[in-house]
Design a protein around this ligand. Sequence first.
Ligand code: DQA
Length: 138
Amino acid sequence: MKIMIINGPNLNLLGKREPDIYGNRSFDEFLQKLRHDFTQMEIDYYQSNIEGELIDKLQEVGFSYDGIVLNAGAYTHTSIALLDCIRSLTTPVVEVHISNVHAREEFRHKSMISSACLGVIAGFGLNSYKLAIEAVAG
Ligand code: DQA
């Protein structure tokens, strides 16, 4: 199985960014553990702070991969362009959030992309990504 994990804006700062909310582990370190836990899968990774680059990557992998795990960061709450993109793909996309967005500010309660996703996993720290891979693997 080929899985693509895509992280959006500011998620390159994981480990340094608001550690009380997002933890103090870097994503690269976590990714090594994920690959170790799911040796039977090919797990690719992409991060960008730029909305159009996220769309380019989704279009590139979204017709051939078996699953996409997407943490769109703040674009989750704003991006109709990401919504339209996800709707166009054949590969299922799982929406992921490290924090429990529903326990935070009200502007984080609304997701523009959830309706196009297979499901949403939020609030389990970096473990949210692991749960999403399990979900997409069936
Ligand atoms: C986030 C939640 C978003 O509201 C925020 O803008 C992020 C990270 C999360 O993983 O908890 O950048 O997607």
